[in-house]
Ligand binder design. Sequence first.
Ligand code: UDP
Ligand code: MG
Length: 137
Amino acid sequence: MEQTLAIIKPDGVSAGYIGEIIKRIENEGFKIIAMKMEHLDDRKAEGFYYVHKQKPFFSSLLEYMTSGSIVIMVLQGQNMVEKWRKLMGTTNPDDADKGTIRGDMGTDIERNVVHGSDSKDNAVYEINYFFKGNEIF
Ligand code: UDP
Ligand code: MG
């Protein structure tokens, strides 16, 4: 069993995709073991995306991620990191397969609806960034 961090980003929440995304997660048989809503401030968004600090898209990414509320979840299952990234689709929705969340609901390479940890180690960091032990079930 493995855990990963999943986020429904501000564009997904404001477009009304929360229910559809959770339905797809549950249809795959993935278990949601933690869930909350937050509206990130600059500092919290910066700390989350610190690996991208030097990237040209960083300031725009912060603006986007702080533009509205988000839904944050911990998913659990076998090969969970890889399976959630597969269900999300590629970073750029233009390249993502139909049937993936980004392929079906994404707008562009920035506004791509969802986040998923990219490794087991990063999943541990990201889960601890948002959840205390007693918030995970
Ligand atoms: N992003 C962007 N421009 C880019 C690449 C990424 O705005 O050229 C945004 C996008 O929202 C992406 C996030 O930054 O989801 C993190 O980028 P990463 O490369 O880690 O993609 P992900 O792991 O989310 O697929
Ligand atoms: Mg990433």
